[in-house]
Design a protein around this ligand. Structure first.
Ligand SMILES: Nc1ncnc2c1ncn2[C@@H]1O[C@H](COP(=O)(O)OP(=O)(O)OP(=O)(O)O)[C@@H](O)[C@H]1O
Ligand SMILES: [Mg+2]
Length: 249
């Protein structure tokens, strides 16, 4: 089980995230939603110890998460990755195995098999020799999903994996999430999406600096909660969007 207790982050003395507490069970697919600047990326990074915290304890299976990062696969938001770095699809996914084989040792047969399977699973095997900077956004996202799979983690933290991808990639990603869930893995996914895809999640955390709501999509996506999170511009957005693209219960 993942336990987050009273997590808070300040940037230069200004509170970006506060009073965030929740529990996640194994086999759960949980979405973190909220507007730009709500603190979704900050929350994920704080959980991993990648930004300093003002308060909070994050435990996975009873132990402090940042002391057992090997069991956790993290995929950062795409804008935070240097796509010009000269490396291939195969090498990026193989990085996930370095913790198992050691940085300076050649990957063993088992690691090569695991990487090949992960690339096939996300439909990127044919492009394994391609430079990562020469991929589309959706293909890049699938490479990082393959890297997370190759890590064989128990906990998966994905920051905006659905941003700017087409329906084919979205379907591949949700299929893999469902398979990981069935294997008892825990998945926390940040997202901007407001559409039907929210129904894929077992639970949602609605965030804007603090946790506004935590529960099933039906419990969380009420007009009241959404207004609290998204504020004044919401009404016109709701009027302009079709019921298909906005999921309000
Ligand atoms: N390194 C930083 N230094 C100072 N302020 C930061 C830093 N990183 C984020 N912030 C601020 O903290 C707040 C939360 O940012 P964060 O990136 O976590 O939001 P987000 O919900 O992930 O947004 P988005 O949907 O745009 O990805 C924002 O106001 C942002 O400007
Ligand atoms: Mg973000």
């Amino acid at each position: 089980m993942l336990e987050v207790q009273d997590l808070a982050v300040n940037y230069r003395g200004v509170r970006a995230l506060g009073n965030v507490s929740f529990y996640l069970q194994p086999g759960q697919l949980v979405g973190v939603i909220g507007p730009n600047g709500a603190g979704k990326s900050t929350m994920i990074k704080a959980m991993l110890g990648l930004v300093p915290t003002a308060s909070g304890v994050v435990k996975f299976c009873g132990q402090v998460l940042k002391q057992q990062l090997r069991c956790c696969a993290y995929v950062p938001q795409r804008s935070q990755i240097d796509w010009d770095y000269p490396t291939t699809v195969w090498s990026v996914v193989m990085m996930a195995r370095s913790k198992h084989t050691g940085w300076f040792r050649s990957p063993n047969h088992q690691s090569k098999e695991i990487v090949a399977t992960a690339l096939q699973r996300v439909g990127m095997w044919e492009l394994r020799h391609r430079q990562i900077g020469e991929l589309s956004g959706g293909q890049q996202q699938r490479v990082f999903l393959a890297r997370a799979l190759a890590q064989q983690a128990s906990l998966f933290l994905f920051d905006e994996p659905l941003a700017g991808i087409d329906k084919k990639t979205e379907a591949i990603i949700f299929q893999i999430f469902a398979e990981l869930k069935a294997e008892g893995k825990t998945l926390l996914i940040s997202s901007h999406e407001w559409g039907k895809e929210l129904s894929h999640y077992d639970r949602l955390l609605l965030l804007n600096q603090y946790l506004i709501a935590n529960g099933s999509p039906q419990e969380v996506m009420t007009l009241d909660n959404i207004q609290q999170a998204y504020g004044a511009g919401l009404q016109s957005q709701l009027l302009n969007e079709s019921a298909e693209t906005i999921y309000v219960c």
